[in-house]
Design a binder for this molecule. Sequence first.
Ligand code: AMP
Length: 394
Amino acid sequence: MNLILAVNAGSSSLKFKLINMPEEVTLAEGNIERIGHDDAIVNFKTPNEKVKKIIPVKNHEEAVELLEQHLIDFGVLSSLDEIKGVGHRVVHGGEKFKDSALIDDDVINEIVNLSDLAPLHNPHNLRAIQIFRKKLPNVPMVAVFDTAFHQTMPKEAYLYGVPYEWYEKYGVRKYGFHGTSHKYVSGRVCELLGNPNANVIVCHLGNGASVCAVQAGKSVDTSMGFTPLAGLLMGTRSGDIDPAIIPYIMQKTGKTIQEVENDLNKKSGFLGVSGISNDSREIEDGIARGDERCILAQDIFIRKIVNYIATYHVVLGGADAIAFTGGIGENSSLSRMQIAERLKALGVELDPELNDCRGKERLISTPNSKIKCFIIPTNEEVMIARDVMRLINR
Ligand code: AMP
């Protein structure tokens, strides 16, 4: 057995999957949310059993202890030492990491140096790495970067029209995120089409959302930018706005730059426009009730996605396929249908019956559709486990 643990740590969460490789069979998975609170939520699942508990979890160290205890109590492992490798999702790899990396002190220092570019994410990813390194000092660990897949973008796609020294001195450029998901989903589409050179547009639509243009397995453009704030309208993030809005709102409201940045990250998107929720299910409930602001939030969301798909269709010289993934992409037949309806000019046509489905990998376009459309449930953990195996066996 080659047991690989894939770990995704956030500021107050820890998600994991234990996968047996190379069969890619999940033996256990779970997540711990609201770490740091007395009512943290612990979800743990094996193929046969499932538990959910609400208990105090003080910090990430305690969360890792809980993970170990559950794996032992459920008979999945007798000790964490049976794990052959650990893969950590790391949000920002900058220009330094064009691929996943075997973690050593140098790699850790590089991730520390990149924390400036991703202050909301990299420090939490690092913390988990440190905890697991302490606990399992002899087990190899691999960092899998959200940005690495997009390092193949051409300069004209990743540079902004700003003073060039901003790029040279401060690293201001488009990095793109969700790379592991875009890579997995575009790879599955190529397999389903039997064409490794296919042009694929991946729509990763979740609480965070991005579109990616993939040519022969390589990212050539994507909608997120210097940070995950750019591109589409998301759960609470604005996506693209005119940057001049920021000083204007600061002047009008007296807010600081941090407060405006917080508004754009946490109070915009579905939540900001609807005034109701960041959750697309509640937006859809609002649409069903005829709530105008929910309808508007959804229309802006869909319009931006369609704009990116149309642009990337041209960038790719014609897309062979469009793939939907992420919580909304996999589950919302309404969103997929609305996107397809606005893409009629490109000859996109969904089969309503095939589209009426949740979370299943399948073709959803009609035989007449000029671009094939798929639902592909993403699997970032399997990608992480594959990279761990590739790097530890090198
Ligand atoms: P993620 O960030 O990928 O976990 O996706 C979260 C988003 O997926 C939230 O906006 C959820 O409301 C949305 N979502 C999950 N299930 C459904 C569903 N059945 N219909 C519409 N949206 C859904």
